[in-house]
Design a protein around this ligand. Structure first.
Ligand SMILES: C[S@@+](CC[C@H](N)C(=O)[O-])C[C@H]1O[C@@H](n2cnc3c(N)ncnc32)[C@H](O)[C@@H]1O
Length: 637
């Protein structure tokens, strides 16, 4: 067997199974195994890949001691049970409780086996007496808190009879389990209250007015879905909204605004938010078009429906709940089609009128870019954090989210879904790095044939993509879209004043990335002519803005204005939290971090974060010293 090429993978198969597997299956499973091991190494508890669960017989048959099977890897798959606790769940429960107790005591210890665990808990209980025990609800130590494995509450179809009857449980997205009440490890969900407005059947604006300040109501991004709910600021995972408000009606009420509440395994009644006088803003949250699009999860707790954020959500995003396949179909969503990730990309054209400059965007790609642009500019927007992720910044979380999704794919939770074998082969090249399509004219090579075809057009100067509105053609469709967008907007929007019109054209370059003003002395290019003129002063040394109090001169007027404050003592940038004031805006921004505790600068090598870049630079010296020390030790030995 190819033990070197595929690591320990062959251990999980009989010789017969192994020989019947093709190359791609081996590569795929090898990748899954590697990711799984990496997750374990980093302290995660991922579910075992299927092939590891099936391997018991093989290991017994061959009498092989599989050393990498650490304690966590031996953990069995928790079957989807509803209420009764299995021994495996008990072990998990006790482990979780133990870790809380140990953390509270500042101890970290290793315990093997369930019996020992219980003994340790008992001993610790005696030691720490009542204070900590009270917080942990001690009566449940011998009978661990009941909880549900995630799979017993399928995320998909809350409306389809899957909600646990006993709704005293809250799912913790961090430990992947339901807890009776708040999660004892990660703490409660952060509650965002509605704006208080009394229910009034005569008031059709009531629902809209209950919206919390972090959100707003606007046109949905989903075509024909009416209005929707959007974030104004970044929201982190673990925020709870609700309860969902409306009139209490019969459980079989089927208009699109009702949530069915279940009691004792049966539908009990429906909260109907059709009537705005009884409803709150949650009535505007639309249904995601596929499960991956959802960022909110609906859950029933103590007889009421709530929504919680299941991921970090950037500003200016629409909140979407996945109502379930069946409901999706009722809404006319092509549910099966949307499960194909490729279709998610080809999102339809839609219009968003959304941002400071209130521009009209006709292509999804521009909206995405625009949102990123706004996010980059509006760093002053407060980040609403939950207790689950106190110190994380949005950018990090976004990355984590993608990483997690990717890891889920690799550990087999969401296997790559290819309908045709060739798609899988193509997908696998992402992992193998194989680029079989090579250009005969240059060094370029591609993973897929179509990329090579488009590349070849650079050599042939062929421009097959034509704009159907204007006389324009390009190498690829993306460039045509860009062109059409700019042309359409500039011609469709009939702005009367020439000045505003040219501002719009200039502004659009932010989105199209177009920089037509190029410096002939260096690589610099600009979106505006004025910027190029200023830049050229670097080459000519010209500094036309002179201070009449000293020798200072500047290339741009704003620098002179800032300089003059040294002479006038003017400090126009004032902190609204204390007496601090600054001559420069950037100094105020830096100062404000004292109040917000924000530490945007991160060390690439460790967890260190700082409020000032210079601190990270200083800190990096430590790593450099360490590296020098290590390499000198290495050389000595
Ligand atoms: C809870 S309401 C959401 C608010 C609604 N958009 C509005 O403007 O009042 C649910 C209704 O919105 C529409 N809707 C929600 N999600 C949708 C989707 N993904 N596609 C199409 N229509 C949707 C359907 O008409 C549905 O009955």
């Amino acid at each position: 067997m190819d033990t070197n090429k595929y690591g320990n993978l062959s251990l999980f198969y009989t010789t017969q199974q192994w020989n019947s597997m093709n190359e791609y299956e081996k590569i795929r499973n090898f990748n899954i195994l590697e990711k799984y091991k990496a997750l374990i190494k980093f302290g995660f508890s991922p579910p075992k890949p299927d092939f590891m669960c099936d391997s018991k017989r093989k290991l017994e048959d061959d009498n092989i001691e599989y050393n990498i099977t650490q304690k966590k890897m031996r953990r069995k798959f928790i079957p989807p049970v509803r209420k009764s606790t299995t021994p495996e769940m008990e072990v998990d429960c006790v482990l979780a409780q133990l870790s809380v107790i140990l953390i509270k005591k500042g101890i970290r210890g290793k315990v093997a086996g369930f019996k020992e665990l219980k003994q340790v808990i008992k001993k610790l209980e005696q030691e720490i007496e009542h204070t900590v025990i009270a917080e942990l609800e001690p009566e449940e130590v011998s009978a661990p808190r009941r909880r549900y494995p995630k799979r017993s509450v399928p995320r998909k179809n809350y409306t389809e009879g899957e909600i646990p009857d006993d709704d005293d449980y809250i799912f913790c997205d961090d430990c992947d389990h339901e807890w009776e009440g708040d999660c004892p490890i990660h703490g409660p969900l952060q509650i965002v209250q509605d704006t208080k407005v009394p229910q009034d059947p005569e008031d059709p604006t009531r629902a809209d007015r209950t919206i919390p300040p972090q959100l707003c109501i606007g046109q949905s991004k989903i075509p024909h879905a009416g209005r929707g709910t959007w974030t104004r600021v970044a929201l982190s995972k673990g925020i709870r909204f609700g309860p969902y408000e409306g009139a209490i009606v019969e459980y079989n009420n089927t208009n699109g605004y009702g949530w069915q509440i279940r009691r004792n395994r049966r539908p009990s009644h429906c909260v109907d938010a059709k009537h705005c006088g009884f409803a709150n803003w949650m009535r505007y949250v639309n249904c995601a078009r596929h499960e991956e699009e959802q960022n909110l999860m609906a859950f029933q707790y103590k007889g009421q429906m709530y929504y919680r954020t299941v991921m970090d959500i950037p500003p200016h995003m629409e909140l979407l709940v996945w109502y379930g396949d069946d409901y999706g179909r009722e809404l006319g969503i092509d549910v099966d089609n949307f499960h194909n990730p490729q279709n998610v990309q080809s999102e339809r054209i839609f219009v968003v009128v959304w941002c400071v400059t209130t521009l009209l965007f006709v292509l999804h790609v521009y909206v995405e870019r625009h949102v990123m642009y706004c996010r980059a500019r509006r760093t002053d927007l407060p980040l609403l954090k939950s207790q689950h992720n106190q110190k994380e910044q949005y950018n990090g979380n976004c990355h984590d989210h993608h990483l997690n999704t990717d890891l889920e794919t690799h550990i087999g939770q969401k296997p790559y879904n290819a309908t045709v074998h060739s798609s899988l082969i193509r997908h696998l090249r992402i992992h193998t790095g194989e680029k079989p399509y090579k250009c005969a004219k240059c060094d370029y090579s591609a993973t897929v044939h179509s990329s090579l075809i488009s590349h070849l057009r650079i050599h042939t100067e062929e421009k097959p993509y034509k704009c159907d509105k204007f006389d324009y053609s390009a190498l690829n469709m993306g460039t045509v879209h860009k062109f059409t967008l700019e042309r359409s907007l500039t011609s469709v929007i009939n702005v009367t004043t020439c000045n505003r019109h040219s501002n719009l054209i200039t502004h659009l370059r932010i989105h199209t990335g177009q920089k037509p003003y190029k410096c002939d002395k260096c690589d610099y290019s600009a979106t505006q002519h004025g910027h190029l003129i200023t830049h050229l002063r670097i080459h000519t040394g010209q500094k036309p803005y002179k201070c009449d109090k000293c020798d200072y001169s500047a290339t741009v007027h704003s620098n002179l204005i800032r300089h003059l404050r040294i002479h006038t003592g003017q400090k126009p940038y004032k902190c609204d939290k204390c007496d601090y004031s600054a001559t420069h805006h950037s100094n105020l921004i830096r100062h404000l971090r004292i109040h917000t505790g924000e530490k945007p600068y991160k060390c690439e090598k460790c967890e260190y974060v700082a409020s000032r870049r210079v601190s990270v630079i200083k800190h990096m010296n430590k790593h450099i010293q360490e590296r020098i020390f290590e390499s000198s030790n290495h050389n000595i030995s």
